[in-house]
Design a protein around this ligand. Structure first.
Ligand code: 87F
Length: 582
């Protein structure tokens, strides 16, 4: 029996989750606005309070206990709510809005490529699911089945889709008759269920998740191959341009590719805080394997002979959100890149009783101005919350930019802006309040700052990741890189046997390293050594090796002739990127 656990959250005081900063204020411990006004030092007082309150937000540090930190961030920033089925989470509006930004971008882009959306049933019969034994083999244990309706057993159990090849391809077989029906390009936005047994992590590994799955069929093999890469490029853009997370594009090894197809391409991300890689999204060439299994044939142009189309499939999931949280979040909570942030700017008034200046009115004008500049902005005019409480809450929730307006700002025609990514504060001089309403330079200026935040978040994440990729040519430095939670780029023979050897040997080496630490050097550090096997993340494309600048230009395509595999005696054929992954 599964116990309705909160997935490793037992240690968290969940019932206290509403009680970050706000409580001290709600309980009336402080009356900051009034006393501060009397002294004319609102901002100093506010600052002090923010510091106190911040400690009540996320109560552990990202660098000290990454998984506790992550669990707290996703809950306290209101991205997820826990659920009483292990591995299932409620996606709250704040996270769903991020997903909608990804959907909006990707959906528009695939439509430009001529892809059409459709929706297929969530259930699949056992017979259909089994049509495809080869690829199911490794996955069968993860398939969830419905066996009853009410109290009576179903005649035949039906599976809940873990992916939809077996649901979509029988329909495609009916719809594809002649070469005129090709290419056929379908996509569905849906949920899928995979009954994972590994430790669940919100967004990253959950038993139900949202995704898109694209399924396409071409007469022309090279057009199919081209699409695999076009889609992969869109996945890169989701990560790099929307989420400000750098990824590496490449092709999966034989061991890691989707078994039902010909080859798998991937975008791989990295979480510096714990040294784990994470598969971002995959785009597969299926060749004609599925067409053969599901009887997808069409009549050729000239001969009228029966031909099989070339198929692709590709998918990207709500995991994207988790990766962005892990990469950008800090000790204060979430840090959202402006392009996907549900709110890009929050305006917080510093209201001081009896002050002559009309702070609220100014805030409203600023808010309207930014709305008209198509920015996602909120004027946080809740009277029952102090400015410090609001600062704290919006920082926790990752809003990229805060605008503060106080009475002195109104007098001096300035506003204070605070960037969430760098926590940097500065004031901006405005020309005239009266002219503001008719002038859109303010909107443009804020939009420019948001662009700058987006850009610098990506640059910072890239620099952090790049510093953690090591190019190594033999076992010792390879293991050193892995133990130090880096990714390793190596010359590799590309043999499955060798990858298996590396897995096992790296596991043994980590265990003995851990034991040595525990017994001799530093017992406390032993617990922080990552366990688990090392695998190939991908064999990066030449274009990616060029971007990374880790190997000589002459070796972008492949290691120089004569180079040896870092792990065995064979000749090196490819560059491979290795790491521990989610
Ligand atoms: C789990 C249970 C049953 C992954 C599974 O990547 C089947 C599967 O086929 C399974 N987990 N896969 C591979 C999915 C391949 C492919 N499907 C379309 C994608 C992208 C979207």
């Amino acid at each position: 029996m599964e116990k309705p656990v909160a997935d490793g959250l037992e240690g968290l005081e969940l019932e206290k989750k509403q009680s970050h900063a706000p409580d001290s204020v709600a309980l009336g411990k402080e009356k900051p606005a009034r006393s501060a006004a009397a002294q004319g030092s609102v901002s100093a007082e506010t600052k002090k309070r923010v510091e106190r309150e911040t400690k009540e937000g996320i109560d552990c540090r990202k660098a000290d206990n990454f998984s506790a930190w992550y669990q707290q961030v996703v809950i306290k920033a209101e991205l997820i709510e826990l659920y009483d089925i292990s591995g299932c989470y409620i996606i709250r509006p704040w996270a769903y809005a991020v997903w909608e930004k990804i959907v909006e971008f990707f959906d528009a882009e695939i439509k430009k490529l001529g892809v059409q959306n459709a929706y297929f049933p969530v259930f699949v019969s056992e017979r259909r699911l089994r049509t495809e034994q080869e690829h199911l083999e490794g996955f069968a244990a993860e398939v969830a089945w419905v066996t009853k309706s009410g109290s009576s057993e179903l005649e035949e159990p039906i599976a809940i889709r873990p992916t939809s090849e077996t649901i979509i391809y029988p329909a495609m077989a009916k719809w594809i008759r002649s070469h005129r029906d090709l290419p056929l390009k379908l996509n569905q936005w849906s949920n899928v269920v995979r009954w994972e047994f590994k430790h669940p992590t919100p967004f990253i590994r959950s038993r139900e998740f949202l995704w898109q799955e694209g399924h396409t069929a071409y007469a022309d093999r090279s057009a199919a191959d081209e699409e695999v890469l076009q889609i992969l490029e869109l996945y890169r853009r989701i990560y790099e341009e929307l989420l400000a997370v750098p990824v590496i594009k490449g092709i999966k090894s034989e061991r890691e590719r989707f078994a039902g197809g010909l080859y798998t391409t991937t975008v791989e991300a990295f979480v510096p805080a714990n040294g784990r890689a994470v598969q971002g999204a995959t785009s597969h060439s299926l060749g004609q394997n599925f067409a053969r299994m599901f009887g997808v044939y069409y009549e050729g142009k000239d001969s009228g002979e029966k031909l099989m189309p070339w198929q692709n499939s590709w998918g990207c999931t709500t995991r994207t959100i988790g990766v962005a949280v892990m990469v950008h979040g800090d000790d204060r909570g979430l840090v959202l890149p402006p392009r996907v942030a549900p709110l890009q700017v929050v305006i917080v008034p510093i209201i001081v009783k009896n002050a002559a200046a009309n702070v609220s009115q100014v805030c409203e004008v600023l808010c309207l101005r930014l709305q008209r500049a198509n920015l996602r902005v909120k004027f946080d005019d809740r009277p029952e919350k102090t400015p410090g409480w609001k600062f704290n809450e919006w920082e926790l929730r990752g809003v990229p930019l805060r605008i503060e307006v106080g009475p002195r700002d109104v007098q001096s025609k300035t506003i204070t802006i605070a960037r969430r990514d760098t926590m940097e504060k500065r004031s901006i001089q405005l020309v005239d309040w009266d002219a503001l309403e008719a002038d859109d330079s303010f909107g443009r200026e804020i939009a420019k700052i948001l662009d700058d935040i987006q850009k610098s978040m990506f640059e910072r994440a890239s620099a952090e990741r790049n510093a953690r990729i090591r190019c190594v040519a033999s076992w010792e430095p390879f293991m050193k890189a892995i133990i130090e939670r880096c990714l390793a780029l190596t010359p590799w023979c590309a043999e499955t046997n060798c990858e298996e050897q590396v897995r096992q040997r790296s596991m043994q080496d980590s265990v003995s390293y851990r034991e040595r630490l525990a017994n001799e050097v530093d017992p406390a550090a032993a617990d922080t050594v990552l366990s688990g096997a090392v695998k190939t993340l991908c064999m990066p494309f030449a274009s990616e090796l060029e971007r990374l600048r880790l190997v000589d230009r002459s070796e972008y395509e492949a290691p120089a002739p004569g180079k040896q595999c870092f792990a065995c005696d064979a000749a090196a054929k490819r560059w491979a990127l290795w790491g521990r992954s989610y």
